[in-house]
Design a protein around this ligand. Structure first.
Ligand SMILES: *Cc1c(COP(=O)(O)O)cnc(C)c1O
Length: 382
């Protein structure tokens, strides 16, 4: 039977895609998948055929999750709409109302707020303690504690967590562990291989690497990831196919980017050590000879440098409340990432107005160092 115009627009014979062998995975920009008949549909529920509806699973989001899981040395993973969504799914996979979490007191501001306010409202309590002191961690464990939660390299002061200690305390007390590995990335560190149960990423940062997506990934043992997947699906925290595709594309150059950015960061941090207008340089100098991560945090000399003028004088270096892109950028933790922290808490951690967080890019290192020196010169009090 011939079709009317309106019907023809929608139902004309589509190009046969089956035999097109594209070099990279196409974008499955579709909200759902089609079925031949009821038998095939029924088969989906028995595990034949993988895809039904993109909120539940999609080839692009699966590809991203599997790629990160492989790099982290973990058997399984799930992608989510943001780093926070991945962290939330990880937390809710092992913790429910009435349970308790012990978390590091220098977490990323957004994660801190999620635990402190949102999860608190859902009946999940968190005690925040300094993870540099194992005794404090142990002392904070209660009979309802289920989870220890920290970051492999902290934000913005770049403290390197001793994950072996965290794993030891968890095993002794029968607790799960969740580590945010956003800053280190699997290029530098694979927490799962050290015995951490769940590893979360803000893929928005180095996994994607180009400041053009918001996404998250959680990896771990299949049994826990199954639970986390249920949270992502049932709470609607899935990432879109296109975002997942872009993130997977960015991931291909993670090693190249991390190698170059870490080396640049180490050289920049060393140059800062020589600068008399910088009071403190935060960088994990001792971990690897050619740099450990691409973040450098400095504290400007309060009495010598005008902070506002410094930020105005950065030339091609952009002020941006994010990190990990290929371009060098700076942020002001006190008024952005750590805004959620009470001011006293921020200051007691050392996050003052003079603290500047630098995400080092892939430019020529001499240009990066030169631009920072020039900004400091221009901002000196006279
Ligand atoms: C940015 C960031 C997050 C949150 O990630 P989103 O993708 O913004 O949700 C979590 N942890 C760390 C360490 C981050 O830098």
């Amino acid at each position: 039977m011939g079709k009317h115009f309106e019907t023809e627009i929608l139902h004309s014979e589509k190009k046969k895609t089956r035999n097109i062998k594209s070099k990279v995975t196409p974008i499955y920009q579709t909200s759902a998948f089609v079925f031949q008949d009821l038998e095939e549909l029924e088969g989906y529920y028995h595990g034949n055929g993988q895809y039904l509806y993109s909120r539940t699973a999609n080839p692009n989001t699966d590809e991203l999750a599997e790629a990160v899981a492989r790099l982290e040395g973990a058997p399984d993973g799930v992608a989510a709409s943001s780093g926070l969504a991945a962290i939330l799914a990880g937390v809710l996979a092992v913790v429910k109302s009435g349970d308790h979490i012990v978390a590091a007191d220098d977490l990323y501001g957004g994660s801190f707020h999620m635990l402190k306010a949102e999860l608190h409202d859902l009946g999940i309590e968190t005690t925040f303690v300094s993870f540099s002191n194992p005794d404090l961690i142990e002392k904070s464990i209660q009979s309802n504690t289920k989870l220890l939660y920290t970051e492999s390299i902290t934000n913005p002061l770049l403290r390197v967590e001793d994950l072996e200690v965290v794993v030891e305390i968890a095993q002794k007390n029968n607790l799960y562990t969740l580590v945010d590995n956003t800053f280190a990335t699997p290029y530098h560190l694979k927490p799962f291989t050290l015995g951490i149960d769940l590893v979360a990423h803000s893929a928005t940062k180095y996994i994607g690497g180009h400041s053009d997506i918001t996404a998250g990934v959680l990896v771990g043992k299949t049994e826990l990831i199954e639970k986390a997947k249920a949270k992502v699906v049932n709470l609607g925290a899935n990432v879109s196919p296109f975002e997942a595709w872009l993130t997977t594309r960015g991931l291909k150059t993670l090693a190249l980017r991390m190698e170059k950015q870490s080396r640049n960061a180490l050289q920049l941090a060393k140059a800062f050590l020589e600068n008399p207008y910088i009071r403190k340089v935060y960088y994990p100098f001792d971990v690897k000879d050619d740099g450990y991560g691409a973040m450098v945090t400095i504290e400007l000399e309060k009495n010598k440098v005008d902070v506002e003028e410094f930020f105005r004088s950065l030339g091609w270096i952009k002020i941006a409340p994010t990190l990990a892109g290929v371009e060098t950028s700076v942020s002001h933790p006190l008024i952005t990432s750590h805004r959620a922290l009470p001011k006293e808490a921020a200051e007691s951690l050392g996050i003052t107005k003079e603290v500047v967080r630098i995400s080092v890019g892939i430019e020529h290192v001499e240009d990066i160092i030169g631009q920072f020196n020039q900004a400091i010169e221009q901002a000196l009090h006279h």
